[in-house]
Design a protein around this ligand. Structure first.
Ligand code: B12
Ligand code: SF4
Ligand code: SF4
Length: 257
């Protein structure tokens, strides 16, 4: 009954798929115990948003990113309204887990480990299985799906897990990764992926600032007029900005189902 109410409101607000997981089925060694986030937490509501096929397939990474920003907006609004509904109508506390930032940055993992792993949450909520690219493949939307979640104090049972192996090990994701970040099975080489997919990320920003600090006044003027600086400036207000999504775009699993 509670599941149906939440599912139908979440769909109304824009989620494409909704799954539920008992907190006991969320198992991710890398992230903190969810009980440290919400006292007496009992379940996770996991929401999936399909990516736009045209945006995933275009070679224009700005417009692909623009489409992802659409998901960030819709999911953030949905998370807030759904948490409010759970607290007001169902009488328990809820905590929204965002698609992406804010992330724990001031830790040794430096933003590469979230408060809650949405892939592990999605799998526990019956929304898919891991593929060779270490991403979750959904039975209908394949790899083209982005997750958000809500931690709740509702005692909900997990939805049935996806039993089929949806990845046929075709190897396209591994071959097309420009950073060779997927060469080792079962592990994404985080820094290789970051270098290839976020040219205006924190590493690039730190190197640029270092050059600026050590530059002569004339060199500084040139550096501040450099197109790379302008791109960095844009990234600062957009947030994490990917220029690669090859492992998502090439994956044929469940596409056209
Ligand atoms: C930090 C982060 C990154 C970092 C680090 C990734 C990493 N290794 O975890 C970087 C910048 C590299 C990154 C890259 C990408 N990311 Co990212 N990222 C995240 C974020 C914010 C946190 C992930 C986290 O906490 N990881 C730490 C823990 C969970 O990882 P772990 O336990 O070590 O598990 C790893 C392996 O052990 C393996 N693994 C674990 N168990 C098992 C079991 C099996 C059977 C297998 C095969 C593998 C496997 O999978 C993990 C991959 O390294 C999540 C959002 C979130 N809150 O979860 C999005 C998220 C994982 N990213 C996502 C996406 C789409 C991407 C990119 C395609 C970038 C883009 N263009 O959008 C690439 C894909 C890289 C790839 N193929 O792995 C999506 C994935 C959606 C999906 N369908 O699975 C997420 C869930 C965002 C979202 N809200 O939907 N990401
Ligand atoms: S996002 Fe790009 S660089 Fe990162 S793992 Fe996927 S294909 Fe490789
Ligand atoms: S591209 Fe092929 S090997 Fe990679 S995850 Fe998709 S189906 Fe599996």
């Amino acid at each position: 009954m509670e599941k149906e109410k939440i599912r139908s409101y979440a769909r109304e607000l824009g989620a494409d798929v909704v799954g539920f997981a008992s907190i006991d089925d969320y198992r991710c060694a890398a992230t903190v115990d969810p009980r440290t986030i919400l006292d007496a937490v009992k379940s996770l509501v996991v929401l999936g948003y399909r990516e736009i096929d045209g945006a995933v397939e275009t070679g224009n990474d700005r417009l692909c990113m623009a489409s992802r920003i659409g998901i960030l907006h819709v999911s953030s609004r949905t998370n807030y309204l759904l948490c409010r509904y759970i607290e007001d109508e169902l009488g328990v506390k809820a905590v929204p887990v965002p698609v992406r930032e804010p992330l724990p940055m001031n830790t040794p993992a430096m933003g590469t480990v979230a408060d809650v792993s949405l892939r592990h949450a999605a799998i526990a909520a019956g929304l898919g299985v891991f593929g060779r690219h270490n991403l979750v493949i959904h039975p209908r939307f394949g790899t083209r799906i982005i997750f958000a979640a809500i931690l709740t104090q509702l005692p909900l049972a997990s939805d049935p897990p996806v039993k089929d192996d949806l990845c046929d090990d075709c190897g396209l994701c591994v071959e097309s990764c420009p950073g060779h970040a997927l060469d080792e099975k079962g592990k994404t080489h985080v820094w290789h992926c970051l270098k290839a997919s976020q040219p205006y990320g924190i590493g690039a920003a730190a190197r640029y600032i270092d050059r600026l600090l050590n530059a002569s006044p004339d060199e500084r003027k040139t550096l501040l007029r450099d197109p790379f600086f302008v791109a960095l400036y844009q990234a600062l207000f957009i947030g994490f900005q990917y220029t690669c999504n090859r492992c998502v775009a090439v994956c044929p699993a469940c596409i056209g189902v």
